[in-house]
Design a protein around this ligand. Sequence first.
Ligand SMILES: NC(=O)c1ccc[n+]([C@@H]2O[C@H](COP(=O)([O-])OP(=O)(O)OC[C@H]3O[C@@H](n4cnc5c(N)ncnc54)[C@H](O)[C@@H]3O)[C@@H](O)[C@H]2O)c1
Length: 422
Amino acid sequence: MSQTLVVVGQGYVGLPMALRAAEVGLKVHGLDTNSRTVAALNAGVSHIDDVSDADLAAGLANGYEATADPACIENADVVVVCVPTPLAPEGGPDLRPVEVAAQAIGEHLSPDTLVILESTTYPGTTEEIFAPLVTRGRFEVGSDVFIAFSPERIDPGNKTFGVRNTPKVVGGMTPECTHRAREFYGLFIDTVVEARGAKEAEMAKLLENTFRHVNIALVNEMLRFSQELDIDLWDAIDCAETKPFGFMAFRPGPGVGGHCIPVDPSYLSHRVKAKLGYAFRMVELAEEINHAAPDYVASRVWSLLNDHGKAVNGAKVLLLGVTYKPDIADCRESPADPLAGRLLSWGADLSYHDPFVPRWSPRGADAELTSVTDLEAAVASADVVVLLQPHAQYDLDRLAAVGSPLLDTRGVIDQTEAVQRL
Ligand SMILES: NC(=O)c1ccc[n+]([C@@H]2O[C@H](COP(=O)([O-])OP(=O)(O)OC[C@H]3O[C@@H](n4cnc5c(N)ncnc54)[C@H](O)[C@@H]3O)[C@@H](O)[C@H]2O)c1
């Protein structure tokens, strides 16, 4: 196979994709503007949880190479863009990384190249923002060059579904663009699904993440009144889940985090508001509810301490797992941060343990915190323990058996006198 691929952005999304393509014989350049990332990758040091140094070594042996030089685009058959799409400070989309990447591609593009945007964004970005910067009026899309959108669905930490066996949706700006994108991904991904066009592919991704956001908000809201009505919502969800059709279980938690769920739906609501002038109310409500979830956890900590005749002020509160999901090191948008901020503002004596996060600077902390070294001793001496992320390496039964009051925000430990579920 003689195709040359450039993957722009070598983060959580771009690096696994680049290595998978190298595995099947493509010549792959991993282009990144961060020269330290480039140097580390070429030295065989991975910065991504799901990519071990051994995986990277195999990729380098397969011909994968990281670079900061966009001139590699000149010889590419295919360019795939996996750069970040964060929120701007005022809440709207920040497309600058996408624009910078598109400009670099435009400066080095050769005829007949297939260019695919994978970064999550609002419908219309590929056609209205990305394509004009890539073509610069020099190329006709669909005949000279080919442009498509393909949403990234990677789920960091997921041991079952990875690049190869997660179906890939592709939507081109023309049928020929879609066809070429399908052929390309078919080289190394088992199932490729054609969308009607780029906008539908963009919308598919936002639908997936909005669906999660809204359903998590639904159970987080139900949790509050269930608790007051003395109904065990966790048990009700387990029962509802036995229905073999028409129901998908979501469970409450301390809030949503990461680069996707709290961010992507806002892209869509921003687009609807900007283009049509009205609100995407489901997203706004879900945001409001999920945003308030860490404060709700704080109120339950307050209540648990109160049950033991203690105040939050001066109480030893130990947080377990401060990443946004289990078994990865990513703390972006983690609900542990606002929770810590609230507890500190109430005067809690806060500590934490996380096997993936040796040091942590939550909002409101005077100094950087260090993960406790003796976990069981820390649990034993805590006035209350809050389980936020059930990392696989936690022996939860053993930690619960220590007997300190424990608030289980994930519903993974059997309830006892000491263990309360959120
Ligand atoms: N991480 C996930 O779980 C996940 C899942 C699905 C979709 N996505 C989406 O995929 C996209 C990428 O996310 P990520 O988590 O891989 O981000 P990341 O922050 O892990 O990595 C992005 C990389 O791109 C580089 N970069 C930034 N601007 C660049 C430019 N102009 N040219 C070249 N390199 C550039 C950065 O240095 C960084 O190494 C985002 O749109 C995100 O929403 C992420």
